[in-house]
Design a protein around this ligand. Structure first.
Ligand SMILES: *[C@@H]1O[C@H](CO)[C@@H](O)[C@H](O)[C@H]1NC(C)=O
Ligand SMILES: *[C@@H]1O[C@H](CO)[C@@H](O)[C@H](O)[C@H]1NC(C)=O
Ligand SMILES: *[C@@H]1O[C@H](CO)[C@@H](O)[C@H](O)[C@H]1NC(C)=O
Ligand SMILES: *[C@@H]1O[C@H](CO)[C@@H](O)[C@H](O)[C@H]1NC(C)=O
Ligand SMILES: CC(=O)N[C@H]1CO[C@H](CO)[C@@H](O)[C@@H]1O
Ligand SMILES: CC(=O)N[C@H]1CO[C@H](CO)[C@@H](O)[C@@H]1O
Ligand SMILES: [Ca+2]
Ligand SMILES: [Ca+2]
Length: 579
């Protein structure tokens, strides 16, 4: 009897702290401005998100990651933050946020926020005070003197650094009489992480939102936190060498090799410190707090974010599905991309798979509409965290945005009404397609939304796909449901390219049914013999069938003969348990 009571107590205590939810989380990235406009001003908002939470629950998402919702002049649509503790009025109020949190909690959806530590807005109170050299704020930003031309007497920027969005990364501030660094737009001054006060301020921002119950953060542009220390370069910021990339001009970001403005060693320590801070909240709030860091960087640098022998770190966002897989990638190449990450990732750490975000051409455009099911299935079937950018579950494609309608600073800064679209991130930010009504049901008003709706919304929209058993959405939902099985959560992974065009992903866990994803990337159907997968039980059942598959959900299939139509993505489960 005493043993039973003790066991019961241990079980309750263990379940009280959910340490593992994040390891297999399916996370939905919401770009709030374009998700759902509840009040008809043409801009998506928090109440719009709250309205749609039941749909997200129904689809199978464990968490939502919100792109920035904070007070901002929107020079970079929220990635330029005036006050990390206030909600942008166009998105709603703190009350709206609390309501969103409580509805999400009641549905069992966790909320992850965007954390933008590299820079604030130039309208931030910190920046205004720092420009005035108010005591305590003097060194909050990256201030430095310009260089005076000995002949003309003109003052020029301190060095050749270029902003991510083109042109000099230095801007002169008249109040201060000095230049400040902005790795992104002029309105995004970089914070100075060599200041202890900045470090503490930014930790307090994390504490503020954790106290409101958020489940963690996605950290923006983390590899830009530090720049080379002038102490080591004779007191000035060193010029970056020219990259030699053909076709680039000095105003282009790609013109330089960013050895002094990215991936500085000091960065990782800051991430580990944030991890420790998040860990303090685990016992307090009974759940693990996730931290995912965004850094377009080399594999070796990415891996360092995971932590060291003595420090825990974050999950580095692997955008390799974005950067390294294209329309023409074959099964061998896709397998190699997957295996590379799984190989280099330190053992015991958590992988992550991202098919889209608000900076990249949409998956349906980048990979082709006929690969939407395949890419969604791969991300959801592989071990670790999967992140779906809003709209990828229904196969939205890039909208066409004219120069007049262009809003993205990265495109506007090209000053080029002909070629701007090559830099524009607007096409992947067009409003979500809820249905076939005016403005795709995004806005309750028939007026113009902040970005025009993509033209194909009448044929590609959620309402249509919810009613169609053979749709990207239904397929996604079926895969998301299988993802919750013990096998996909914990099973061993086996990736095989059976030919140039056929990729097979197998997950096997002893005592549970095996799960098998098969993708045919090419234009013709073929019959597959999977007998070489010895541990896989022979009898299979189709549990999700993509839009191009002729075999239907529920069909019985033998592993010696799996029929896969051209462009078909098929998910199968074994009838018997493995192995
Ligand atoms: C912030 O920067 C923008 C340019 O991006 C400029 O138009 C604006 O005047 C600046 N505001 C302040 C307060 O410095
Ligand atoms: C790292 O995190 C794991 C899991 O939360 C924990 O068991 C371990 O003690 C942590 N290690 C350090 C060095 O904090
Ligand atoms: C719009 O969608 C509704 C419901 O999904 C459907 O009944 C109707 O036929 C559609 N109209 C058009 C013009 O496609
Ligand atoms: C997939 O389609 C390609 C089309 O070229 C064909 O060669 C291949 O055999 C097919 N594979 C399967 C498994 O259907
Ligand atoms: C994917 C992502 O979050 N990209 C952001 C990186 O940071 C810059 C500046 O904050 C933003 O403009 C991007 O949208
Ligand atoms: C390590 C790794 O996979 N890095 C990739 C991350 O994403 C960038 C851009 O999307 C790729 O170019 C890298 O190869
Ligand atoms: Ca609105
Ligand atoms: Ca920086």
């Amino acid at each position: 009897m005493r043993v039973a009571i003790l066991l019961l107590f241990v079980a309750t205590a263990a379940s009280a702290v959910d340490l593992d939810w994040w390891k297999t989380a399916l996370i939905y990235q919401i770009y709030p401005r374009s998700f759902k406009d509840s009040d008809g001003d043409g801009i998506g908002d928090l109440n719009g998100i709250t309205q749609k939470l039941p749909y997200l629950k129904e689809t199978g998402f464990d968490a939502i990651w919100l792109s920035p919702i904070y007070l901002s002049p929107m020079y970079d649509f929220g990635y330029d933050i005036t006050d990390y503790r206030q909600i942008a009025p166009e998105y709603g109020t703190m009350e709206d946020f609390k309501k969103l949190m409580s509805v999400a909690k009641s549905l069992g959806i966790r909320v992850v926020l965007d954390y933008v530590p590299n820079h604030t807005s130039n309208e931030s109170d910190w920046f205004v005070r720092s420009a005035r050299r108010e005591p305590g704020y003097e060194d909050y930003y990256m201030w430095t003197d310009g260089v005076t031309d000995p002949e003309t007497g003109d003052v020029k920027p301190p060095n050749n650094w270029v902003s991510n969005f083109r042109k000099s990364a230095w801007e002169f501030n008249k109040v201060r009489g000095q230049y400040y660094l902005h790795q992104f737009v002029i309105g995004q001054p970089d914070l100075n992480y060599r200041s202890d006060r900045v470090q503490e301020e930014m930790k307090n921002v994390l504490r503020f939102w954790l106290d409101l119950g958020v489940s963690g953060f996605r950290v923006d542009a983390v590899n830009r936190l530090y720049e080379a220390d002038p102490k080591n370069y004779g007191g000035r910021y060193p010029d970056e060498p020219v990259s030699g990339i053909p076709g680039t001009v000095p105003d282009d970001y790609e013109y330089l090799d960013h050895i002094y403005t990215q991936d500085m060693d000091e960065t990782y320590e800051v991430v580990y410190n944030w991890r420790d801070l998040l860990d303090e909240y685990i016992p307090k709030q009974g759940e693990y707090k996730i931290m995912m860091t965004e850094a377009y960087s080399t594999l070796n640098n990415m891996i360092r974010y995971y932590g060291t022998k003595t420090r825990n770190g974050s999950i580095p966002f692997n955008f390799s599905f974005l950067g390294d897989i294209t329309k023409s990638s074959n099964a061998w190449e896709i397998k190699t991309v997957i295996d590379k990450w799984m190989t280099y990732m330190p053992s015991g750490k958590t992988a992550n798979w991202v098919n889209g975000n608000h900076d990249q051409s949409r998956m349906g455009t980048r990979q082709g509409v006929d690969r939407v099911d395949a890419m969604n299935m791969l991300a959801l079937l592989l071990p670790g965290v999967a992140i779906t950018y809003q709209g990828e579950e229904i196969g939205m494609t890039d909208g066409e945005i004219s120069w007049e309608d262009t809003r993205d600073p990265q495109a506007c800064n090209t000053d080029d009404p002909i070629n701007y679209y090559k830099k524009s991130r607007d096409p992947c930010r067009t409003p979500y397609h809820w249905d076939n009504s005016t403005n795709a049901g995004f806005s309750s008003n028939s007026g113009k939304p902040w970005l025009p709706v993509a033209e194909n919304y009448r044929s590609v929209n959620l309402a249509e796909q919810i009613n169609d058993p053979k749709s990207h959405y239904q397929f996604y939902k079926d895969v998301a449901s299988v993802r919750k099985s013990p096998t996909v959560r914990d099973g061993d992974l086996d990736t095989r390219a059976l030919s140039e065009s056929v990729l097979v992903i197998t997950r096997l866990l002893p005592g549970s049914p095996g799960v098998l994803g098969v993708v045919n990337l090419s234009d013709e159907a073929q019959d597959l013999d999977l007998s070489s997968l010895h541990l896989l039980p022979a009898q299979l059942r189709v549990v999700a069938s993509g839009v191009d598959c002729s075999v239907e959900k529920g069909a019985a299939v033998s592993k010696s003969n799996v029929h896969v139509s051209a462009h078909c993505a098929l998910l199968l489960q074994t009838v018997d348990n493995c192995c």
